[in-house]
Design a protein around this ligand. Structure first.
Ligand SMILES: NC(=O)c1ccc[n+]([C@@H]2O[C@H](COP(=O)([O-])OP(=O)(O)OC[C@H]3O[C@@H](n4cnc5c(N)ncnc54)[C@H](OP(=O)(O)O)[C@@H]3O)[C@@H](O)[C@H]2O)c1
Length: 233
């Protein structure tokens, strides 16, 4: 049995992670402002990532990995408020994790193609000012943190049930567009594999691919190479 922390645990991918980890009988500390209720293997912990002290308390303990899946809700918020959550919140979590006696693997859920121009980024930056910069800066902060890390970049997320289309992992190389997507449930499954299997200090693009070859090879089998590896649906 392992012990994990999920930061951003109330909804979306973070909540899917919490449920999947608990279903595997791993203890999971579910951290967010309004965390899910306590249940077998689930320890809720209310904390706002913009409060460094609160995040430090939330991460007090021993963890095999910390998943960071926080996203800011709502559109057209002030740039400073978005940065405080998206960037500074992640840095607060990294600093708290780095202070632990055994620094855990830090799995950051990020966005595909953050360094590449794309009309999708234009839309995201218009509705959430500074979004692309924040995504890039938090990836760089993690690389500089000294923590063992895995950066998992995803395309557009959806709430389909998942489990029907293989997920592929490639080196981080794709442009963000609307041609790729991934169900949050499948993404959560892939993030757990990333925590367990991905080489430390690696970055990946993760997305659904109905053309992926079966039988699947291990999802994170080809670090830094062009060939995708896939996870069975
Ligand atoms: N949406 C997409 O299409 C897309 C595409 C690629 C990558 N991503 C990335 O995927 C990640 C997750 O997205 P999602 O849509 O699955 O999640 P989501 O449903 O938007 O959940 C975001 C989580 O962040 C928590 N949160 C927000 N502000 C917080 C704060 N100040 N302190 C603590 N927790 C806070 C929320 O809980 P509380 O409100 O209870 O605090 C919630 O649990 C994000 O990092 C996003 O950048 C999203």
């Amino acid at each position: 049995m392992k012990r994990y922390a999920v930061i951003g645990a109330s909804s979306g991918t973070g909540l899917a992670l919490v449920r999947q980890l608990a279903a595997r009988q791993h203890t999971v500390r579910a951290i967010s402002r309004r965390p899910p209720q306590a249940a077998p293997f689930i320890e809720p912990f209310a904390a706002d990532v913009t409060d460094a002290g609160a995040v430090e308390k939330a991460l007090d303990g021993a963890f095999d990995a910390v998943f960071y899946t926080v996203d800011i809700h709502g559109l057209f918020k002030p740039r400073e408020e978005i940065r405080a959550t998206m960037y500074q919140g992640s840095v607060n979590a990294m600093r708290a994790a780095a202070k632990l006696p055994i620094p855990p693997k830090f799995v950051l859920l990020s966005v595909i193609g953050a360094e590449r121009p794309s009309w999708v980024w234009w839309v995201l930056n218009a509705s959430k000012p500074g979004m692309q910069r924040n995504i890039l800066d938090r990836e760089q902060a993690l690389k500089n943190s000294g923590l063992p890390y895995v950066i998992c970049r995803a395309p557009k997320l959806n709430d389909e049930a998942g489990g029907s289309v293989p997920v592929v992992a490639t080196s981080a190389q794709h442009r963000l567009d609307m041609s790729r997507g991934i169900p949050r449930n499948d993404l959560a499954r892939a993030l757990i594999l990333a925590a367990e299997q991905a080489p430390p200090n690696s970055s990946w693009d993760l997305f659904s691919d109905s053309d992926a070859i079966r039988p699947a090879t291990p999802l994170f089998a080809t670090p830094g190479e062009q060939q995708p590896s896939s996870m069975d649906p």
